[in-house]
Design a protein around this ligand. Structure first.
Ligand code: MP5
Length: 214
């Protein structure tokens, strides 16, 4: 059963996945029509999300039962740390502050990640991580297909579409398949759908600059 679980999740979540990869934010970014303020808002919010990602990985490393998983996640934490430098270099070059409040969607998604790592099963947490990474791989690959490695986005496009990143997403998927049990399937499915929806919502939130209403 396990070999087809990932394909099955992607197939069943396809309408959400398509809405996510075809979101106007990504379409406009890929065609060079995205206003700079909207991109900058994504920079400010995603910077916070990646920081939460490091805390998520730290929790997961502590819970990982074997050395292979611990080391793989540790390498990812270092990659996330290096990723923060891309945001910081951009912010410095564009005189953009990175001291920013998370929006409801950013805070909700980051909190969901941390809650899953703290209280979910290992397979559930790996599902959320795999879903988030696969979403970024697919979203930025579709940008790369249209735009190539164009500035000022080149480092981000390269980061999430590189062969190393593709290999990391595959490795994560294999780790998940190895650890999931038949009885966990409904939980895995719910976690994957929630992650896919949050990914859609994140692009939508930065596109519309949806902050706190009061
Ligand atoms: C990722 C991200 C990818 N940076 N932001 C969102 C909203 N989803 C997924 O995670 P990472 O840690 O940047 O590879």
């Amino acid at each position: 059963m396990a070999a087809t679980l990932l394909d099955e999740l992607l197939r069943d979540a396809q309408p959400i996945w398509r809405a996510m990869t075809e979101h106007p934010f990504l379409r406009e970014l890929a065609t060079g029509q995205l206003p700079r303020e909207r991109f900058d808002f994504w920079v400010q919010q995603d910077y916070l999300f990646v920081q939460a990602g490091i805390r998520f990985l730290a929790l997961l490393i502590a819970r990982a039962p074997d050395e292979e998983l611990r080391r793989g996640l540790l390498d990812a934490a270092v990659a996330f740390r290096n990723e923060l430098a891309i945001f910081e270099d951009y912010a410095r070059a564009h005189n953009l502050t990175l001291v920013f409040e998370p929006t409801p969607v950013c805070l909700g998604y980051a909190s969901y990640l941390l809650a899953t790592a703290a209280t979910g099963s290992l397979a559930e947490a790996l599902t959320v991580l795999w879903g988030a990474e696969k979403a970024y791989y697919d979203a930025w690959s579709s940008v790369r297909n249209t735009l190539g490695l164009a500035e000022p986005y080149a480092r981000w496009i390269e980061n999430w579409t590189s062969p190393q990143f593709a290999a990391w997403v595959d490795w994560l998927g294999q780790q998940l398949l190895r650890r999931v049990t038949e009885s966990e399937r409904p939980v895995i499915r719910a976690a994957f759908f929630a992650t896919a929806r949050y990914e859609y919502l994140f692009w939508d939130m930065v596109y519309t600059r949806a902050g706190w209403p009061v």
